[in-house]
Ligand binder design. Structure first.
Ligand SMILES: O=C(CO)COP(=O)(O)O
Length: 250
């Protein structure tokens, strides 16, 4: 049985002072021994958040990484830096990074390989645009994104990856995919993993849904057989996140 994983993606929100306050507010609310909880925070918030979650079951995550070890890459953050700071999970392939920072499938593949080399737990995002959904190519597109991202990744490493299905049209828009739409794609993702790595890895790998997930829709989404968690943007910045973590009680 796969353990659920509920991760907050704070995006470019929270100054270090605000981050510390938010983590402190969430501390008594975010408790569920049945779920892996992760805060993926801006680099500059890693230390203040780490201080607050020390001794709790919350895992520390980052929102990005660079694929080189070190050197003249002004403004970038290396895997070793994140490792030393205590980061365990790292989001890569988010549609915002693909769109605004021109990250290609090739870059995302390099980042995935590098994260696995350094024993991180990557959260690999994929998802279609509205135009792609309307053109009926959703699954073809996602299958391609996954095949390119996983190039050169061994089966034993593949199982360490969490895949986040985030339809671009549902991110920050208040439009959630219907439960049926989300489950259909998450099942398709599992089938793709099966094609690439076989049944055992496909059954082991965790697949999250992300895109306007909130306390109202999470219970239904998380009850689906192929949805193993959520990657939560807006609602991860509020006490509501605690309710999502305890979704069974909603
Ligand atoms: O992009 C997301 C998480 O990575 C989803 O963001 P929202 O929950 O704000 O729609």
């Amino acid at each position: 049985m796969r353990r659920k994983i509920i991760a907050g993606n704070w995006k470019m929100n929270m100054t270090p002072t605000e981050a510390k306050a938010l983590a402190t507010t969430l501390a008594p609310l975010v408790k569920n021994p049945e779920v892996d909880v992760v805060y993926c925070v801006p680099f500059i918030d890693i230390f203040p958040v780490k201080e607050v979650i020390a001794g709790t079951a919350v895992h520390l995550g980052a929102e990005n990484v660079y694929f080189e070890e070190k050197g003249a890459f002004t403004g970038e953050t290396s895997p070793a830096m994140l490792k030393d700071a205590g980061v365990e999970y790292v989001i890569i392939g988010h549609s915002e990074r693909r769109e605004y920072f021109h990250e290609t499938d090739e870059i995302i593949n390099k980042k995935l390989l590098k994260l696995l080399e350094h024993q991180f737990k990557p959260i690999l995002c994929c998802g279609e645009s509205l135009a792609q959904r309307e053109a009926g190519v959703t699954m073809d597109f996602i299958r391609m994104q996954l095949k390119l991202a996983f190039q050169g990744v061994s089966a034993s490493d593949a199982a360490k990856v969490t895949i986040a299905y985030e339809p671009i049209w549902a991110i920050g828009t208040g439009k959630t995919a219907t439960v049926a739409q989300a489950e259909e794609v998450c099942r398709g993702i599992r089938e793709t993993v099966k094609e690439l790595y076989g049944e055992a890895i496909a059954e082991e790998i965790r697949i999250q849904y992300g895109g306007s997930m909130n306390e109202k829709n999470c219970k239904e989404l998380l009850a689906e057989p192929d949805i193993d968690g959520g990657l939560i943007g807006g609602a991860s910045l509020k006490p509501e996140f605690g309710h999502i973590v305890n979704y069974k009680a909603l």
